[in-house]
Design a binder for this molecule. Structure first.
Ligand SMILES: [Zn+2]
Length: 65
């Protein structure tokens, strides 16, 4: 279980991903910090691909018609 590096509290939540690194936010002191463990690159890739496809679909449809 992860703790906040500032106040050692375990009351933390995920706060997005940047450069394949999971960010967390402490609910007690409201500071953000990163996990030292890198996420699975394949999982990141598939999630980004999903977002890209999702974002491109409306534009592609409007070009076709
Ligand atoms: Zn904290």
């Amino acid at each position: 279980m992860k703790n906040c590096p500032f106040c050692q509290n375990q009351n933390i939540r995920k706060y997005g991903v940047r450069n394949n690194i999971q960010r967390y936010k402490c609910n007690v002191c409201n500071k953000t910090f990163i996990s030292k463990k890198k996420l699975d690159p394949i999982k990141i890739w598939s999630e980004e691909k999903k977002i890209i496809i999702f974002n491109l679909l409306p534009a592609m449809e409007s070009e076709v018609y």
